[in-house]
Design a protein around this ligand. Structure first.
Ligand code: C2E
Ligand code: CA
Ligand code: CA
Length: 630
């Protein structure tokens, strides 16, 4: 997060302009001063005013030196100080010597004024004080014996008063310039604060400032023994709006939503008046509402219902209507948590639960959700441990050609023997790996292990079939994945035609260009691609033509329902088979558990099949025995 110690680009510009202005000023004034000093000095020497002449010329030389130093080191402050010194010596010498025909004192006025202007305010005050003290000492005390000329008392006092007036004006001008400068810097500073604490799109507090608001609300509630409701709102379908209509449309929708949201939580009855900062945008399409001082949980669900109602009728952006909804999770202080981050975390978990329960609804945080969270945490720990301690293994599930019943491929399936993951299969741990990002490492491990196995099978066991590897949908967003796969193919000297990657159909997002780009890159490597769990996703069948797929894997549930009473389900296998023929794709039926299923599949022309009826997933040793037997 940005903090106020960082300066904005605006502030840096200001500093740069100010610096270059002072630099120029010092430079020009020193040059002028040097010319002036040499000219006056020479004149004085000609006039036989030796002391004055020598003083002026040596000051001129000092000025030259200052110019050189300034251009070398760019140190404006020091140059201004030296210039100040030169001007001071110059004015004092003009007072002492009286200058030519006693006009010296007149020159002191502009010189003193310049001397103030080249400095900042406080150094200028300092210079002014020194100058005043020295001139009073010279003009009005016994030190006047130093003077080479005489001034009447009236002349001396007039000089001092004029100097005082002139210098006061200069100092006032300097002061006001400095203040203007400071005001501008402050404005920039406020900009930074605004950026650091508030979301730039909606103007709502951001995650960071919301956390401190929440902290404060909790402290207050603790003192007053009150409850707080926290609503975590996540928009459903918002990603589609962004993907299909562009970020600008998405931004407009979010803005509209945040306005409706603040209206929705502004209660007519003022029972739970929202306090400032009770609304925040945490990220993208995630918002939170803080309800301080609620009497009971139904206060929170009333508000949640009101929020859900603002989606009625959809959102119209630039003439297009968008059907977005919200999933809302609610957690209550002190029942569900007493710490701000935990309260937020729990509301988030409840929100996820709402999302998985059909969206467009709200859910309270419950013990069941808490248990779920705990389990996910345990799985995550188990997976991390497995990566370090080598707890992962592969099992191999033979895939058969339906016609001649020979083994044509092996699907590798992941197993994990971490103590934390006892009894937990990939169905449960892969989703956790996906949300925590561990999946990328796991997928690479599986690929490398499977390639090693294939090498061995080909060289020692005359295996001629393919190896089918499941990869997570996450990889379809991972730009590095095709290169990583390519490197693995090279390292293990694998011919890509023996490799099939299975990606679950639900990972596909219609119209997502990254997905398609990565799929094409993978395909260009020469590996084949299978759409796993086909029929469970949302692929409009006519979209198939756009995917570089080679194979459809009919989901186990459809094979299971082959002879069920439900018409809509028992026809799916046939439909997918026809579809595959239309697009010239190979078909693998999963989950074949009976002879009848296999016979049916063979009859309708399904190419390959796998399932417990044919063989269970096998450990490496069992696989070797199995291959020998076949
Ligand atoms: P999937 O790709 O659909 O894998 C098939 C799953 O169905 C396997 O479960 C397999 O054991 C099971 N299965 C196969 N035939 C039958 C059958 O006849 N009856 C029954 N009841 N089940 C059958 P498993 O190994 O638990 O894998 C579950 C899911 O986890 C896989 O579904 C896949 O999506 C994922 N997965 C497994 N291994 C990996 C992996 O190495 N990487 C990634 N990214 N995902 C994996
Ligand atoms: Ca699979
Ligand atoms: Ca599957």
């Amino acid at each position: 997060m940005t903090n106020t110690h960082h300066s904005t680009a605006g502030q840096q510009d200001m500093l740069a302009v100010r610096y270059s202005r002072r630099y120029r000023l010092c430079q020009v004034l020193t040059i002028l001063g040097v010319i002036f000093l040499f000219a006056l000095g020479s004149l004085s020497l000609i006039d036989n005013a030796h002391i004055l002449g020598a003083l002026l010329i040596s000051n001129g030389i000092l000025g030259l030196l200052n110019l050189y130093l300034l251009s070398r080191t760019k140190n404006v402050e020091r140059a201004a100080l030296i210039l100040s010194g030169i001007l001071f010596v110059l004015s004092m010498s003009l007072i002492i010597t009286g200058g030519k025909s006693n006009t010296g004192i007149l020159w002191v006025y502009p010189i003193a004024a310049i001397n103030l202007f080249i400095n900042r305010f406080w150094p200028a005050v300092f210079v002014f004080c020194i100058f005043s003290v020295c001139s009073i000492l010279l003009l009005l005390t016994p030190l006047s014996f130093l003077l080479m000329t005489t001034y009447t008392i009236t002349e001396a006092i007039r000089f001092l008063l004029t100097m005082l007036a002139l210098n006061s004006i200069c100092l006032a001008a300097l002061r006001s310039e400095e203040q203007a400068y400071q005001t501008i810097m402050q404005l920039h500073e406020d900009d930074i604060r605004q950026m650091a604490y508030y979301d730039t799109l909606t103007g709502l507090p951001n995650r960071w400032s919301f956390k401190s608001n929440l902290q404060r609300a909790i402290e207050k509630a603790k003192k007053d023994e009150q409850s707080i409701g926290l609503l975590y709102i996540d928009l459903d379908n918002f990603k589609q709006v962004n993907d299909q209509f562009g970020h600008e449309a998405g931004d407009k929708l979010l803005l509209e939503f945040s306005e409706r949201l603040s209206n929705a939580i502004r209660p007519a009855d003022k029972l739970h008046m929202p306090m400032a900062g009770s609304l925040a945008r945490l990220a993208g399409d995630e918002f939170v509402v803080l309800l301080p001082n609620i009497k009971n949980a139904s206060n929170a669900s009333d508000i949640a219902e009101r929020i859900l109602a603002i989606f009625n009728g959809g959102f119209v952006v630039d003439g297009a209507s968008h059907m977005v909804y919200a999933s809302i999770g609610i957690s209550i202080y002190p029942d569900d948590a007493t710490e701000p981050s935990e309260l937020l975390h729990n509301a988030d978990a409840a929100m996820y639960n709402a999302k998985h329960n059909g969206r467009n609804c709200f859910r309270f945080f419950t013990q069941e959700i808490a248990e779920n969270l705990r389990q996910r945490q345990q799985i995550e720990n188990g997976l991390k441990l497995a990566l370090i301690e080598d707890y992962f293994t592969l099992v191999y599930m033979p895939i058969f050609d339906c016609k001649n019943k020979t083994v044509v491929a092996l699907e590798v399936l992941l197993r994990c023997s971490s103590p934390e993951l006892e009894g937990i299969g990939p169905d449960q741990f892969i989703p956790v790996a996906e949300t925590t990002g561990l999946i990328k490492e796991i997928d690479l491990w599986v690929i490398s292990e499977a390639f090693q196995a294939l090498s061995l099978l080909q060289s020692e066991h005359k295996f001629k079939g393919m190896v089918c590897i499941n990869i997570s949908g996450v990889e379809l967003k991972n730009e590095n994945f095709p290169t990583q796969l390519k490197n693995q193919l090279t390292t293990h000297k694998i011919d890509p035609k023996y490799i099939e990657l299975e990606v679950t159909e639900t990972a596909f997002v219609v119209g997502d260009v990254t997905n398609l780009k990565i799929l094409n890159e993978l395909h260009e490597l020469g590996v084949s691609l299978a759409l796993d769990d086909f029929g469970t996703g949302y692929t409009a069948f006519n979209q198939l033509i756009h995917y570089p797929a080679d194979c459809l894997k009919i989901d186990r549930s459809f094979v299971n329902d082959l002879f069920s009473e439900r018409e809509a389900r028992n026809k799916m296998v046939m439909i997918i088979q026809n579809l595959a023929e239309l697009y010239d794709l190979r078909v693998i039926a999963e989950g074949v558990e009976t002879e009848a299923q296999l016979t049916y599949l063979t009859e309708i022309g399904c190419d390959w099949a796998q399932g417990y009826y044919l063989s269970r997933p096998l450990s490496w040793n069992n696989l070797i025995n199995f291959l020998k037997a076949h």
